[in-house]
Design a protein around this ligand. Structure first.
Ligand code: DGJ
Length: 696
């Protein structure tokens, strides 16, 4: 709901529990008034009546109070907008008009010198507010282009508190989305990616709490960016203690755009959430928002998949895939995915990327015979692609060596023996569309795992004048390709992968159905990765595979099938082990776990997540609640002194109701589970259990 003050210059946006207010002064300064619990319009007007601090030498009265600080004028904070025109830098705007439509507020401003129109957009989505900006060059056709040096999506301002704490998700390859919290000090803390993709190093998300929020209690503010290229989020604590968070696409000068007359730039969404339900409440609100507004067909649970990568690497053949498919089908797998190695001369990572036709020696009849067999076995059929890349040893590169990003006269730097295609070029985009469209039409393909296995390092476009639209254009081209493929092949589902979780963000999630969380398939490490991932994203998109023991991908850790399954049951279950080497007993046990997963799947994928104990504890556990059903997943890392692990106090239950445990047949009182807890019976090292309850 959006309310407007009597003079048309105060706005109040309300979610179910939250409120956000802003005010335009008579000097057209757009001031932030409130972000927090719901307030009334009268409260917002009262806040608007409070004067800004008096101006002093060396201090700006605006700093820390503006909704979208631009470069120029009496401001010294990091600007959200920095523009350069012919001989003039910075912006000075006048208010033009406001438009409100249901859940959306648009505020239009113009900068007469640059002939730049600036529209700030606010959209309420439950307690999440989506914000972005639209910048348009309104000058005549012969006017010089404007240089957008920086155009953030939004600046978020927090209320005055004595001390703030910053939570972020940091990592690297095979160790993504690990949660860290630290007090915020004065100055700026900047996270982001200079890599052309979202990156393994940080998820584009921050959370801030001021008064020691816990998992279940306290105020938490969160901001998340919907962008899959380079990005930057800057959390600044100003000299007076005010905290502002500004974020958007691009790092350093990589987001720079040249705006010709008539052209416009629409920034990605930078979403913000306030919750007073602690970190758990904030996560549940983020999850509900993504299921309702971001993820395609989120009410549809995802199937159990099998992926052959860890079992076969590049050594694949149709015969071997048929054998694996037969074994997977017998376990109850619903989607069989052929990973890397099915195309071109792809027998290692040295060749083949770019040549998206089945390798004649390995798939003599193309993919269709295998796809048909997989379908006959009752499963859907999926394949792996990495369309944005090319190996120098490929037919595509030999035909079009100029199609890759590179700087003239410089070395073409390779990672994993591959180069990045310049998707800013229309001929490259068209070629990819034709290749992928033909591929999806060539066989009954239901699923595409879309990978991206190196960062940008030579992001240049020989012959193009500066600033080259290469960084942002790549992401728009990727989004455009995905949108076009989804429209042309609506039954095909897409997985976002970038060497694991290198491209996970709200932008890619609005056009893919799930993501590959991490190449780390060690079931113990995974608990921490999943703990971080779940701070922002729901289980509905979090792919998790059961692989072999000892773990072949990373660390050789030995674990039981039980521990590996219970770890993977927390997300979208997949199996990625070499099934030809699993014993009859292991296959039978795996089939039982798959059956169990299918029973709990709606609760896991669509339910509310409660983190009962974090993976930093010897005993960790999560709980999903969906209607009358609840599922508890518990993991014991190591038992000490033969002591019984702590009881798990469940959440989200009705204290007056009774719950029957489907595993033991025992009935439990809701109040007892909530206040005294559940005994897990876990013991030893790497033990795990699932408890299913139904309200009686
Ligand atoms: C990286 C992915 O994360 C893996 O799952 C696998 O698909 C390989 N790429 C294949 O090259």
């Amino acid at each position: 709901m959006i309310e407007v003050g009597e003079d048309g210059r105060t706005w109040l946006l309300s979610g179910p529990t939250s409120g956000y207010a802003l005010r335009l002064t008579d000097r057209d300064e757009l001031l932030h008034l409130h972000w927090g619990p719901r307030i009334t319009l009268a409260d917002a007007e009262a806040l608007a009546a409070q004067p800004l601090p008096a101006e002093r030498s060396f201090e700006s009265r605006l700093d820390g109070h503006e909704e979208y600080p631009v470069e120029g004028g009496r401001r010294f904070v990091r600007p959200a907008l920095s523009v350069r025109g012919a001989g003039v830098r910075g912006s000075e705007w006048r208010f033009a008009e406001a438009a409100t439509e249901r859940e959306e507020l648009r505020l239009h401003f113009t900068d007469a010198v640059h002939r730049l129109s600036i529209t700030l957009v606010y959209r309420t989505r439950g307690d999440v507010i989506e914000r972005f900006a639209v910048l348009r060059h309104d000058g005549p056709a012969d006017a010089p282009a404007l240089e957008l040096l920086r155009a953030d999506s939004a600046t978020w301002t927090l209320p005055a508190r004595d001390q703030w704490r910053l939570s972020q998700l940091h990592g690297r390859w095979a160790a993504e989305s690990r949660l860290v919290r630290a007090d915020l000090t004065y100055g700026e803390q900047v996270i982001g990616s200079r890599r052309g993709h979202t990156g393994h190093q940080h998820l584009p998300w921050v959370a801030l709490d001021a008064e020691g929020a816990t998992e279940e209690h306290g105020e938490v503010y969160g901001c998340a960016l919907a962008w899959s290229g380079s990005w930057r989020i800057c959390v600044g604590r100003l000299p007076d203690g005010t905290v502002q968070i500004t974020g958007g696409q691009g790092h350093d000068d990589s987001g720079q755009e040249l705006l010709a007359p008539g052209a416009q730039v629409v920034t990605p969404v930078f979403a913000g959430l306030w919750s007073d339900g602690g970190f758990g409440g904030a996560s549940r609100a983020w999850h509900a928002y993504q299921r309702a507004h971001v993820i395609p067909d989120a009410a549809e649970p995802r199937p159990v998949l099998y992926n052959s990568w860890e079992a076969t690497r590049f050594d694949i053949s149709e015969e071997q895939q048929r054998t694996l498919a037969g074994k997977a089908a017998a376990l109850g797998v619903e989607l069989f995915v052929v990973d890397d190695g099915w195309f071109g001369r792809r027998v290692s990572d040295r060749a083949g990327l770019g040549d998206w036709t089945p390798a004649p020696d390995r798939f003599p009849g193309g993919l269709k015979p295998l796809a048909d067999e997989v379908h006959a076995l009752g499963m859907r059929f999926g394949i792996w692609v990495e369309p944005e890349m090319v190996n120098p040893d490929s037919d595509l590169y030999r035909a079009h060596p100029d199609w890759v990003q590179h700087q003239p006269g410089r070395e073409r730097t390779e990672f994993r023996n591959q180069l990045v295609l310049n998707l800013a070029r229309e001929d490259v985009r068209e070629h990819l569309w034709e290749q992928l469209d033909a591929l999806l039409s060539s066989a009954p393909i239901d699923y595409v795992k879309w990978d991206f296995n190196r960062c940008f390092s030579d992001a240049g476009w020989p012959g193009e004048p500066y600033p080259q639209r290469i960084w942002n254009a790549h992401v728009h081209a990727l989004y455009g390709l995905l949108d076009r493929l989804r429209a042309a092949h609506p039954a095909v589902a897409f997985e976002s992968c970038s060497g694991g979780g290198g491209r996970v963000d709200l932008g890619i999630l609005s056009r893919t159905d799930q993501v590959w969380t991490s190449d780390n398939t060690d079931p113990l490490d995974r608990l921490a990765v999943q703990h971080g991932f779940g701070q922002l994203h729901p289980a509905r998109v979090m792919a998790a595979w059961v692989t072999d023991s000892p773990n072949t991908q990373l660390n050789g850790r030995v674990s039981t099938l039980r521990f590996r399954f219970v770890s993977a049951l927390a997300g979208v279950l997949g199996i990625g082990g070499d099934l030809t080497r699993w014993s009859a007993e292991e296959l039978a046990e795996a089939a039982d776990w798959v059956t169990l997963y299918k029973e709990i799947r709606p609760v896991v994928q669509l339910g509310d997540l409660h983190r009962l104990r974090p993976p930093s504890e010897p005993l960790s556990a999560i709980q999903y609640v969906h209607g009358d059903e609840t599922v508890v997943l518990a993991w014991l890392r190591a038992q000490s002194y033969g002591e019984e692990p702590p009881r798990l106090r469940l959440k989200g239950l009705d204290p007056t109701a009774a719950y029957v445990c489907q595993d033991t047949g025992k009935t439990h009182r809701g109040a007892v589970l909530l206040h005294h807890g559940l005994r897990t019976g876990l013991r030893g090292d790497l033990d795990a259990a699932v408890f299913r309850f139904r309200r009686v």
